[in-house]
Write a protein that binds this ligand. Structure first.
Ligand code: NAP
Length: 259
């Protein structure tokens, strides 16, 4: 299927690795020119070089912390006019609700709610004026099914979800489509780090922890970056014009419900 977005321009935040990189590669495969972003310049430049070498698109790499005001200003200045934005950033650390204080919530809200909201505040007016735009916010399965140790993530991402539910419906008539993409467990550095943390806590080896986590997924595997990226590319496509304010869950069936 031709997604109808060749020649469009996309910012993919937090995209040197993991899910963001999966989205960037899938958009590049559709002929979308990219602005990539991450804090670390080395991995970012490697990813940018890989995409330039393998896809026929232009790639601008901007090393900056997307969760800081200066970082965002730097990225947006380099990006210019954008048709597509994939918002993403590292997730909050795991922990115990007894230890979380106001500053922990403010940091999580800043990174995982107020950052995507700030990007939409900046970019939606231009998209609505031009009559076309796509925004995909990478959130988490934790929005539908809270994970106790990731309470900071549960809180911040649910706030973003509420914001998107309203805004998406306000801009849809002007050709701007905003949705959220909710990853369950995917084979990324973050998942490997969380496997490692649990192994440390329980004293098991990492393979045992991984095997146990995988038994909770009906598909009996972690999701791949490729399938995540292709779903994101579809949500950025010409064909997604009637998909408004949705929360698309990619979790191998782990969240059990009839609907
Ligand atoms: P990852 O493999 O750790 O990759 C994170 C990427 O984001 C890297 O490129 C990293 O590069 C960049 N990044 C992190 N913080 C950034 C910042 N402040 N500014 C700019 N770039 C930043 O993570 P992932 O697994 O792809 O996860 C992406 C998001 O999905 C996270 O919010 C995570 O909580 C959420 N999520 C993931 C899963 C999963 O199974 N993987 C499940 C549910 C939710 P630098 O470190 O160089 O900046």
């Amino acid at each position: 299927m031709d997604l109808g977005i060749a020649g469009r321009r996309a910012l993919v935040c937090a995209s040197s690795k993991g899910l963001g990189r999966g989205c960037a590669e899938a958009l590049a495969a559709e002929g979308v020119d990219l602005i990539l972003n991450a804090r670390g310049a080395e991995a970012l430049d490697e990813t940018a070089e890989f995409i330039r070498a393998n896809y026929n698109v232009s790639v601008t790499a901007v090393a900056a912390d997307i969760t800081s005001e200066e970082g965002r200003a730097h990225v947006l200045a380099a990006a210019g006019t954008l048709d597509i934005v994939v918002t993403n950033a590292g997730g909050p650390p795991p922990g115990n609700w007894r230890d979380w204080r106001r500053d922990d919530f403010i940091a999580a809200m800043d990174a995982n709610a107020l950052t995507p909201i700030a990007l939409m505040t900046e970019l939606l007016p231009g998209m609505t004026e031009r009559g076309w735009g796509r925004v995909v916010n990478i959130t988490s399965v934790a929005v539908k099914s809270p994970i106790a140790i990731l309470g900071l993530s549960n809180t911040a991402r649910t706030a973003l979800t509420g914001y998107v539910a309203g805004v998406a419906r306000d801009v849809a008539a002007q050709g701007v489509i905003v949705n959220n993409l909710l990853p369950g467990l995917h084979a990324t550095d973050r998942t490997i780090a969380l496997d490692g943390m649990e192994a440390k806590l329980t004293g098991e080896d990492i393979d045992t922890v991984r095997a146990r986590r995988i038994t909770t997924i009906p598909a009996k595997r972690y999701g791949s970056l490729e399938e995540f990226g292709k779903t994101c590319a579809f949500m950025c496509s010409e064909h997604a014009g009637f998909m408004v304010g949705q929360n698309v869950l990619l979790d191998g069936g782990a969240f059990v419900s009839t609907f």
